[in-house]
Design a protein around this ligand. Structure first.
Ligand SMILES: [Zn+2]
Length: 500
């Protein structure tokens, strides 16, 4: 993969990255993470020319299979090209009919034919006919489907596609080892980007912990160089989490499909227009209408206006994600979005299970860490600080006070270190270095105290110094993690103690 070197990472936060995806045939470079609106060539809910002009959409996705299967459309596309047909000047990715294959069990094109068709209608990115295996499929089915997908990938490689990029889909259902090996196979191909497929059923049923585990398995196989498309992820509440996994492209049919049902997207979930008394959004639709006016509009106009709002919210969230990555506070955004739904908390926790993996990608220094919840105690920055303690440990025999603050007896010690949950102890010389510049609550929760206690244990294991811990009232579960050799005392006038 990336034989043509079309993808360049420009900024990173955890496994999340801002990148530049070069689309040679379109003569343009798309900033990632990017959202590709799905355009049904038969139903143009929002005119593609407006997507490019008013909404700033650089790339969209449409279905080459539908174009191919529709009399009149097929000839027009071959004659005039997709860009002219849709009236869209940006980059166009085309899907192949895999979705229809999964829905109806059979389609009347194969990979060589549809990839040649995509090339002939001027698509900038093409897709082979992979086999999307749904979640929970048995292993034999998933494996047999995967062989078909790998065959389609090989067939696509054999087509002379010129400047058109071609994607190498990663399937494997919910079998993590299959997703990882599929990722390796895609990475070993000469194709250009990697959609992680058949995720819609997991996304629609809010199985975000599994979304995380499946995507991370695919990423392990793919490696960091491949641009990754989370296929079918179109709800803005998932973008921060998906970007934190290292996904670079999303596509949204949701903006139009939800609008058809009167559903109004927000970054915290979905509302129904019938239930809204206010439109809590600054987009042109919401500032130009009230809910009653939208409800009273003719069906097609209401659908279009809702789709426009949905798209504004969706694209704004993608810009926010890019900004968060560049500013080094993507985790804070993931954490805030996770508060929108318990299933997103599960997704965030599943991500933090992999903090050792995330830490490998995380820049050594970035924006101020905000410790906002129990989950913050498991962030990669905490793990990295604990690893660093080994290198800064005090000499054997020194007496060192580790304190949360208020140290009347400090002069009895050779050195005084600060202790801040969730990071734990650190020498004062490091106080103004990343990540210890973190903003943390004065009332740490149980998880933060336990993480700090693990830091004390790491330090104790690394030195023969005599350690005394003055804590502000840690719970027993945290104190139980402090090794026996460390003297502990409740510091006088300690704070309110842990709150969680
Ligand atoms: Zn709006």
């Amino acid at each position: 993969m990336c034989d043509r070197e079309v993808f360049e990472v420009q900024a990173a936060d955890g496994a999340g990255r801002v990148g530049a995806l070069r689309i040679p045939r379109a003569g343009r470079t798309v900033e990632t993470p990017a959202l590709l609106p799905v355009v049904n060539p038969n139903v143009l809910t929002v005119d593609p020319a407006r997507l490019a002009g008013e909404f700033g959409v650089e790339m969209l996705i449409t279905n080459a299979y539908i174009v191919h299967a529709t009399d009149g459309l097929r000839e027009a596309a071959l004659d005039r090209g997709l860009h002219d047909l849709l009236g869209f000047p940006g980059a166009i990715m085309t899907d192949s009919g895999s979705f229809q294959l999964a829905e109806y069990g059979d389609i009347d094109v194969d990979t060589p034919e549809i990839v040649r068709f995509q090339r002939d209608v001027g698509a900038d990115v093409g897709t082979p006919v992979d086999v999307p295996t749904p979640p929970d499929a048995d292993r034999e089915t998933a494996l047999a489907d995967l062989r078909e997908t790998e065959r389609a990938t090989l067939e696509a490689e054999a087509v002379e596609t010129g400047e058109m990029l071609v994607s190498a889909p990663v399937q494997g259902s919910t079998h993590l080892d299959l997703r990882e090996s599929a990722g390796r196979a895609a990475a070993a191909s000469t194709l250009d980007l990697a959609p992680v497929g058949a995720m819609v059923p997991l996304l629609e049923s809010y199985r975000y912990d599994e979304v995380v585990r499946v995507v991370l398995a695919a990423k392990r196989g793919l490696g960091p160089a491949a641009p990754v498309h989370l296929f079918g992820a179109g709800h803005p509440m998932i973008f921060a989490l998906a970007a934190a996994l290292g996904c670079d492209l999303f596509d949204s049919a949701a903006y139009a499909l939800y609008a058809r049902d009167g559903r109004y997207l927000t970054t915290a979930g979905t509302e129904h227009l019938d239930d809204l008394s206010q439109l809590p959004c600054p987009c042109p639709v919401c500032t130009g209408h009230d809910p009653a006016a939208l409800r009273g509009a003719p069906d097609d106009e209401r659908e279009r206006l809702l789709a426009e709002h949905n798209l504004h919210v969706t694209l704004a969230e993608v810009r926010r994600v890019r900004e968060a990555i560049r500013s080094g506070n993507l985790f804070e955004l993931v954490e805030r979005r996770a508060r929108g739904h318990p299933a997103l908390v599960d997704g965030y926790r599943a991500l933090l299970d992999e903090s050792a993996w995330l830490e490998r990608f995380d820049p050594a220094s970035k924006g101020t860490v905000f410790a906002l919840s129990a989950e913050s105690a498991r962030r990669p920055e905490v793990r990295r600080h604990h690893d660093r303690l080994v290198r800064v440990a005090p000499p054997d025999g020194a007496s060192v006070l580790l304190t949360e603050g208020g140290v009347p007896s400090a002069d009895q010690f050779d050195a005084v270190w600060r202790v801040v949950p969730p990071f734990g102890p650190y020498p004062r010389a490091l106080a103004s270095t990343y990540p210890l510049t973190a903003a943390t609550p004065d009332r740490p929760d149980r998880a933060a105290c336990e993480a700090a206690a693990r830091g004390v244990a790491r330090l104790a294991a690394a030195t023969g110094a005599e350690l005394t811990l003055a804590h502000g009232g840690w719970p027993e579960s945290a104190l139980a993690l402090v090794p026996d050799g460390v003297r502990t005392e409740r510091r006088p006038g300690g704070g309110a103690g842990p709150t969680g």
